[in-house]
Write a protein of this length. Sequence first.
Length: 264
Amino acid sequence: MKTTPTHRRSRTPAAAGSTRSLPVEVNHDMADHAHYRTMRDVPGDERPRERLATHGPEVLSDAELVAIVLGSGSLGENVVDLSRRILSEAGGLAGLARSDVASLQRTRGMGPAKAAQVAAAMELGRRAGRVDNAERPLLTTPQAVFNYLGHRFMGKSEEIAFVLALDTRGRLLGAANAVGGGVSSVSARAADVYREPVVLKATSAIVVHNHPSGDPRPSRADIQVTRTLIQAGDALGIELLDHVIVGQNAFVSMKRERLAFEDD
């Protein structure tokens, strides 16, 4: 009987704390991450919003852009990690764009608000693409270039020049007045001509200028300037596709006439 108190004292700590007698399973996800993580939890120089403001949206990864749309993470997952996982589970950006609100909500960490934000962003992208393609002309022939820009030279008594910045498919990204005094003037520097294509990240460009005399035939100065622009474009990674000269209800494509484009 003397051993009974000792026996009882030995069982008490075993029952209360011995994992050998009472194995306990711990939910480590809940124990280690019992709070929501937001953009503030990401190091300052890695935060997508700050990177976008400093460097522009084009340098951000798909996950970083999605993170900006979401705004905050979920339990145990900061917003960038959540975005990476969402993209991975969706099969990339194309898969995410095809996902509806219901399927997005089935993704861990995505509630109704986040699912709606992503679906809305994807739809805006689709709509912008449709508007963009509808409004941006396809400029793959000299005639198309003349039809688009020829009216800008009507009634002009001075020589003016435009540069057309194009994407890989030949669609217009933007048009800008290239140089004062026309492309053949002394102010026709490559930096002036290619400024807009560089800003728009164009892959190619077309230069268009007029001859106020009405005669669109290229001069020697036109040919020399075009050769210079071809070389400058090559150095910038922007192909000069053509130099179109506009006259009185007529035009000449220097590319078609193989003037300054001898190697093409």
